[in-house]
Design a binder for this molecule. Structure first.
Ligand code: ADP
Length: 605
């Protein structure tokens, strides 16, 4: 899908046409010094003078020029919007209502949201495809209350909406995902600290896929030392500045534009120049580098503590991707976190679209140190495309067949032989809906402390572990306390006795579970529903009996599966499911991180 990404700053506009899967660009434009003398437009590398004073005029000239050489079809326009406030926690189609809310956030993001909205309004006049807002604050909407609350008078904080939002979310989301893929892992199994070090700088603690702490706060002024922004300072300093007679605008100017690397070095905000001067002995530039690196190290230590450990530390953006010296200063002596820095690799880092990740930790480093090329436009394209897919999916496509799994057992070949004799092979009675699975002619009796359940069907083929799946009602009947588990997760579950048809018995030490209700699906289904393996979702059952919505439904994705939701007899009865089953509809994807982490990877369900 080709998406046009538009990113409007106060005096600049950037736009690219991007393929959401490959990240490939089929056109780029840049407007610089908008509203100033010498405004330029650069299209696909070629620069020209531009006579425009505002976003609407600039886009009206630039967009048709960009599209002149583009032959495909635009599926959507994705707009970067810096502040989404409390209202927007995911990408959103921009209608008049949404525009009004973005406008209402001008007071908390006076530098960013006004040009963002100007760009949206101008682009909507030019292009009729869906316009989607992707918010920089959205990835941090998962911050727990303790992280987003400032310890000031609650009433005042509530009245003025003083709370931490966090920014650079698009970049933190993207690089944490790329880092996890590089580690051949899932972000939901990792604790990652992402350091976005550009002109604006922020750190995020991404715990099992969710941002739980970040250094920027209610505004992008808090946290790290930046190009021209101070980051953290004693709030008393602000009072002191006012007492010295400065106005609000002057204090704003000092903290946002005359501080950070620029304020410390006295020579501007470009780290390349500061590094050069520091190497020539300039004390102010040396101090600027030391203060910058010290602050990042402090945050890394704090975020490792907040997550109880860290599996990867990622450096990204202009400074993070390019400054060998700054990475060296930040990443040395992190051995206590299990992160062992490798200087040679650090010196050799050279990122490109083909090689977007470099390792700068030693092979035995438990915590990986990675440099990742950020691509915020691609992340906006991915998120916009996902929303377009959701919009294009009709209701019927989103239905999931629901089936009731009666009590059954899966056995190892060893158990089959113990129950039916040496060398015995299970025989197929009928195939099941999941490919290569079948119900056997053979049955067993399950013996619990209280009673026995007879004629329980064995399902084939044999598996590496015994598993006895019963309902809550069966549990009470048998007198066994079975935990709710995903299939395959039988460690430390209770055991039982099984009896074969000719009276042979076997004691199982473990294996009795109550199956966690789940949906089998293929990767294509997962993309359509916008979910991933091990997500926990909510499904509304549309039976002719009693409508029922099940929370806590586990998603299992594998190419060999067929789309189907499985519930047990108790659950089926509660929904008065007809014999032929019913349809379910996905209503919500929950972020139950703790459940996801408890669940390890199993080969089969
Ligand atoms: P923005 O936040 O504006 O997107 P960038 O991510 O482009 O900023 O980062 C800009 C910063 O990266 C500047 O401070 C620049 O000095 C720094 N930078 C870029 N290349 C290098 C380099 N090779 N060495 C040191 N610093 C670099």
């Amino acid at each position: 899908m080709k998406i046009l990404i538009i990113n409007c700053g106060s005096s600049s506009i950037k736009a690219s046409i991007i393929d959401h899967q490959s990240g490939e660009r089929s056109g780029d434009l840049k407007v610089q010094r908008l509203g100033e003398e010498g405004c330029t437009l650069e299209i696909n590398g070629k620069s020209e003078a531009l006579t425009a004073t505002n976003h609407q005029d600039a886009l009206a000239i630039a967009i048709p020029k960009l599209l002149e050489n583009f032959e495909g079809e635009l599926a959507a326009v994705g707009h970067r919007v810096v502040h989404g406030g409390e209202q927007f926690q995911k990408p959103t189609i921009i209608d008049d209502e949404v525009e009004k809310v973005i406008e209402s956030l001008f007071k908390v993001a006076p530098l960013h949201n006004p040009p963002n909205l100007a760009g949206i309004r101008a682009a909507k006049k030019l292009l009729s495809c869906p316009h989607i807002a992707v918010f920089d604050t959205a990835f941090h909407s998962t911050l727990p209350k303790r992280a987003k609350t400032y310890a000031i008078d609650t009433e005042i904080a509530n009245d003025l909406g003083l709370r931490r939002y966090g920014f650079h979310g698009v970049s933190h989301a993207y690089v944490s995902k790329v880092a996890a893929a590089h580690m051949e892992s899932d972000r939901r199994d990792l604790r990652i600290i992402t350091c976005h070090l550009g002109n604006g700088c922020s750190v995020a603690a991404v715990e099992y896929g969710r941002s739980i702490e970040t250094s920027m706060g209610m505004t992008p002024l808090e946290g790290l030392v930046m190009g021209t922004r101070s980051g953290d300072i004693d709030p008393g300093i602000i009072l002191e500045l006012f007492r010295s007679g400065k106005t609000v605008d002057e204090v704003d100017e000092i903290l946002n534009r005359r501080s950070g690397l620029s304020g410390l070095s006295g020579i501007g905000n470009d780290l390349r120049d500061i590094e050069e001067r520091a190497s020539e002995g300039d004390e102010n530039c040396r101090l600027a580098i030391q203060v910058f690196a010290h602050r990042v190290r402090k945050y890394i230590g704090a975020y490792a503590a907040a997550m109880g450990g860290v599996d990867a530390i990622v450096f990204t953006a202009g400074i993070g991707e390019n400054s060998v010296m700054m990475r060296h200063r930040i990443a040395q002596r992190l051995d206590f976190l299990g992160a062992v820095f490798w200087e040679d690799h650090n010196r050799d880092v050279s990122l490109s679209a083909e090689n977007p990740v470099a390792e700068i930790s030693t092979r035995n480093s438990r915590c990986r140190l990675l440099v990742v090329k950020t691509d915020e436009e691609k992340q906006i394209a991915i998120e916009s495309a996902k929303l377009v897919l959701e919009m294009n999916t009709t209701k019927g496509d989103l239905e999931i067949p629901v089936a009731v799994s009666a009590r059954h057992v899966h056995l190892t070949q060893e158990t089959v032989e113990a129950l039916f004799g040496e060398g015995y092979q299970l025989t197929e009675r009928n195939p099941l809906s999941q490919p290569n699975q079948f119900a056997c002619n053979e049955t067993v009796s399950i013996v619990g402390p209280k009673r026995t359940l007879e004629n329980v069907r064995i399902l084939g083929p044999t598996r590496p572990k015994n598993q006895v799946e019963i309902s809550r009602t069966d549990e009470f009947f048998l007198g066994i306390d079975a935990p709710v588990r995903a299939s395959g997760d039988v460690d430390n579950s209770p055991g039982c006795t099984l009896i074969g048809t000719d009276g042979r018995r076997i004691e199982l030490k473990q294996g009795v579970i109550c199956a966690w209700r789940h949906i089998h699906m293929q990767p294509e289904d997962a993309e359509k529903f916008g979910v991933q393996d091990r997500d926990v979702v909510e499904i509304a059952i549309q039976s002719n009996g009693r409508k029922l919505t099940f929370g806590d439904v586990l998603v299992r994705v594998k190419s060999s599966y067929k789309l189907e939701m499985h519930i047990d007899t108790d659950e089926g009865n509660a929904a008065e499911l007809a014999r032929g089953g019913a349809q379910g509809v996905l209503v919500n994807v929950e972020g139950l991180a703790s459940m996801r982490t408890r669940l390890t990877k199993h080969d089969q369900v």
